[in-house]
Design a protein around this ligand. Sequence first.
Ligand code: HEC
Length: 105
Amino acid sequence: MRSGLRIVTTGMLCLIFSGGAGLAADDAASRGAGLYGQFCAQCHGADMEGPVNGAFALRKFPHDDAARFTASVTNGKGDTMPPWGGTLAPDEIASIWAYVQTGGS
Ligand code: HEC
């Protein structure tokens, strides 16, 4: 009886915590999706289904490398990836990163 109660309580706590975190991440990701469509989709493809014209396939970008993502997006890369540091605020780049981590789904 008592152990059953404990399992229920633990289950409810898990639900509350994961629900809350999921909501915050979803917000950032949907904001990032909008920015992505505006600034990135023409080269990286709608829903990251690209690459278009040889741009990097963002669905394959390592999901644990936020530092590389931020640096490449802020400063640009090669001759064709433009620097976005002057256009997008750091928190906007962070929300695009949240979107990229969803894998476009
Ligand atoms: C004008 C076309 C173009 C646009 C617009 C563009 N990219 Fe790129 N992007 C590229 C190309 C081309 C590459 C491959 C560069 C290379 O590896 O030399 C690239 C590479 C990248 C990479 C991989 C960099 C790395 O570390 O290997 C990331 C991340 C990226 N783009 C994110 C973005 C984001 C986010 C946006 C929108 C804010 C964006 N790109 C808009 C063309 C573009």
